[in-house]
Write a protein that binds this ligand. Structure first.
Ligand code: IPD
Ligand code: CA
Ligand code: CA
Length: 266
């Protein structure tokens, strides 16, 4: 393998290229080309699938030893535990409704460790990337999480999962309390962008549940390399596949966890 930094830069160039394809497709998007996945809310289009195809092809030639896990079906084991984890279009519902926030999320993992994380917010042409121990960047500028120290000075972001699995009421109790004790709460519609914005200091914290590995793998290294903190709702480390994630600037992590735990019954 090239150095992580070189591989990260090469993967970034590919992600931008595929992002340009998605941007172009958005201008000619046709509702007849959508399908429903598991539920009435879980949408997928030709664009999601074609984006994954292009990413897999490009990444394969950059680092042939790595396998793949992609939301649209890519699945292969690599050598030495190397695997690319891909969400080829994060924010599909936004994309289909003509809302501007959607992204590509790509991560290189070795076993359970994220070595490279890339999130490209397509319409703002903001490329967020990090490699392990190398820092996190957006379009060449080093990222640093926010310095806010209190919940009351913080802006939050969350997501509403496609399936609430009977937890909607508990979740809304958490949201109510946050709205009453902070600068507010946003729902952008792309988990990868949410994580990137915590890394960039735009949000103090992000939390969601019922996500998959491909939603968060690209963004979590951005947060840690920008000085932030990640956990599950119990404060543990099970956030990659654990279906619960809290990402913050670090200083407000514990008070936010207490607020979540007050209302959350696993
Ligand atoms: C979705 C987005 C959204 C989150 C959903 C995800 P998709 O991914 O990340 O923000 O709330 O739970 O599934 O389906 O657009 O790739
Ligand atoms: Ca996703
Ligand atoms: Ca997706």
């Amino acid at each position: 393998m090239e150095s992580l930094e070189v591989l990260c830069n090469q993967a970034c160039a590919l992600v931008k290229e595929v992002g340009a394809f998605i941007r172009q497709e958005a201008s000619v998007f046709d509702w007849n080309h959508i399908e429903y996945k598991s539920s009435d809310h879980d949408l997928v289009s030709f664009v999601d699938k074609e984006s994954e195809k292009r990413l897999v092809k490009g990444l394969e030639s950059l680092f042939p030893q790595a396998g793949f896990m992609g939301e649209e079906g890519a699945n292969s084991a690599g050598e030495n535990g190397y695997q690319w984890v891909i969400d080829p279009l994060d924010g599909t519902t936004n994309f289909m409704h003509g809302m501007p926030t959607y992204s590509i999320s790509v991560a290189l993992l070795q076993h359970e460790q994220v070595l490279i994380g890339i999130v490209y917010e397509i319409n703002r042409a903001e490329l967020f990337y990090a490699w392990k121990n190398g820092g996190a960047y957006c379009n060449g500028k080093r990222l640093q999480v926010s310095r806010a120290t209190a919940l009351k000075d913080s802006l939050f972001v969350t997501g509403f999962p496609y399936s609430m699995r009977g937890k909607a009421n508990q979740y809304f109790e958490i949201l109510k309390e946050i709205v009453n004790h902070s600068h507010g709460l946003r729902r952008l519609g792309s988990a990868a962008v949410d994580l990137a914005y915590v890394a960039a200091g735009r949000f103090e914290a992000y939390f969601e549940y019922n996500l998959n590995r491909w939603d968060v793998a690209g963004g979590i290294l951005l947060v840690t390399e920008a000085g932030g903190k990640l956990s599950d709702y119990d404060g543990g480390e099970n956030f990659l596949d654990g279906k619960q994630i809290v990402a913050s600037n670090g200083t407000i992590h514990e008070p936010l966890l207490s607020m979540i735990q007050k209302h959350w019954n696993a």
